[in-house]
Design a protein around this ligand. Structure first.
Ligand SMILES: Cc1cc2nc3c(=O)[nH]c(=O)nc-3n(C[C@H](O)[C@H](O)[C@H](O)COP(=O)(O)OP(=O)(O)OC[C@H]3O[C@@H](n4cnc5c(N)ncnc54)[C@H](O)[C@@H]3O)c2cc1C
Length: 390
């Protein structure tokens, strides 16, 4: 390969992947004055998992790192229209984790202490209190649930498009239709990347390639433990708004684990399920098994919805890690490379908060709380814990 560098292909930061993480990161870096390049093999931003996310945004997690990152993301999403003028259909509807079994009741209540300690506005509500917040919930067997009113939702399509446009205004460069096929190295140091049609150089390369991150790692003999796991979702016809929070049911059934749904700003009910066992791999063709399984769970939780017609289903990938937590940080054996991948089912909500942390990591302004986050999300950790609210 010709090792040819000119001003046109030299950047301060190269971001691999214009998705839920890469585009907010491009905005944060370019806004901070970095000459930023984003590379994606697709034709436009957000064509990977981002456009398949249903738009849930919560700080209600079981882990301090995710809580802190999403608290910041919520600040960004909730003030985005005010600060940029762009409507991303943000609604602060809250999140409601329901309990119909003692086991779920106990795990949700156990988590409350940590969640409150970390500053979350969240409380347990017994059956009658919860029915005041969500009157349409099926009362049969309902033991209560948590409600966190500051969480919300937004459109992943509008949000990413807006981050993209704002990053362009700040000077970010995007190269679409270019697949990254090789890392350019100097000794062990990563100094750039080669794509299907060009080569680019930067002292820092951020790998934010979602479900294909492991494949990219093999190009430099790195085993990045990100495994694509497919999930399906559906959207109904729109109806008058009656439901504010995202409803999450973590009770497992024979063929699924988590189930969650909400009513979008524009009236449609959007729902998603975690199949059991997981369906590993990159196949994103819709299945005939999904809708009967998911709609049954929807109607069990909210019988009132039985007349609603489903307009469309789709399938996408969660970039999963062994413990359900992202991989974020420097890679000691490959100086110049930063991982920002393995976002599992929460990449959209983590994006803006994580983007700002990445800037602080690169410009050397990390705060004490950042160091704790990076320690928890260290790509070299032992993967012993397990995320409870996946
Ligand atoms: C059905 C469903 C519902 C979901 N709901 C939610 C939700 O409510 N809230 C939430 O926060 N998250 C949700 N998620 C998860 C969320 O979509 C992902 O966690 C997130 O999109 C991952 O972001 P990412 O930037 O890591 O990857 P992506 O958004 O997939 O971006 C990676 C990009 O890298 C590009 N790329 C990969 N390899 C290469 C290469 N070699 N060369 C060039 N480009 C490359 C891809 O084209 C892609 O554009 C959901 C996911 C699914 C499937």
């Amino acid at each position: 390969m010709t090792d040819y560098q000119s001003e046109g292909n030299k950047f301060d930061v190269i971001i691999l992947g214009a998705g839920s993480i890469g585009v907010p990161a491009a905005y944060a870096f370019s806004k901070s004055g970095f000459k930023t390049l984003v590379i994606d093999e697709e034709a436009s931003p957000g064509q990977g998992s981002n456009k398949r996310a249903i738009g849930g945004i919560r700080a209600t997690h079981s882990d301090p790192a995710k809580i802190a990152l999403c608290q910041r993301s919520i600040e960004v999403f909730s003030t985005w229209q005010e600060s940029t003028g762009d409507d991303i259909e943000w609604v602060r509807g809250g999140y409601c984790f329901v309990a119909y079994c003692e086991e779920e009741q106990n795990s949700l209540k156990d988590l409350l202490r940590l969640q409150k300690e970390l500053g979350l506005n969240i409380d347990w509500h017994d059956t009658s209190q919860l029915l005041e917040i969500v009157p349409e919930l099926n009362p049969d067997g309902l033991l209560g649930g948590t409600f966190s009113p500051e969480d919300g939702n937004a459109s992943p399509l509008l949000a990413l498009l807006s981050f993209y446009r704002q990053s362009l205004k700040c000077g970010a460069t995007y190269k679409f239709h270019e697949k990254v096929i090789q890392f350019i190295t100097s000794g062990e140091k990563i100094i750039g990347v080669k794509t299907s049609s060009n080569q680019y150089y930067a002292p820092v390369t951020i790998l934010a390639a979602g479900g294909t991150s492991r494949e990219l790692g093999t190009l430099v003999d790195l085993d990045i433990p990100v495994y694509p796991d497919s999930h399906e979702a559906a959207i109904t016809e729109p109806v008058e708004r009656f439901l504010n929070p995202m409803i999450v049911d973590i009770r497992p059934t024979d063929d699924s684990s988590n189930f969650y749904f909400y009513q979008h700003f524009t009236g449609q009910i959007v729902f998603c399920i975690t199949p059991k066992p997981n369906i590993w791999g990159t196949d994103i063709r819709e299945t005939s098994a999904f809708l009967p399984m998911a709609s049954q769970r929807l109607l069990d939780l909210m019988p009132r919805l039985h007349h609603l017609r489903v307009r469309r289903t789709w399938r996408g990938l969660y970039p999963m890690t062994p413990d359900g937590f992202p991989l974020v940080g420097l890679v000691p054996e490959k100086p110049g490379l930063i991982l920002a991948t393995g976002m599992c089912g929460q990449g959209f909500m983590l994006g803006p908060g994580l983007a700002e942390l990445l800037v602080r990591l690169v410009d050397g302004s990390l705060r004490e709380d950042d160091l704790q986050i990076l320690e928890r999300l260290n790509p070299k950790r032992q993967f012993q814990a397990q995320e409870i609210l996946k």
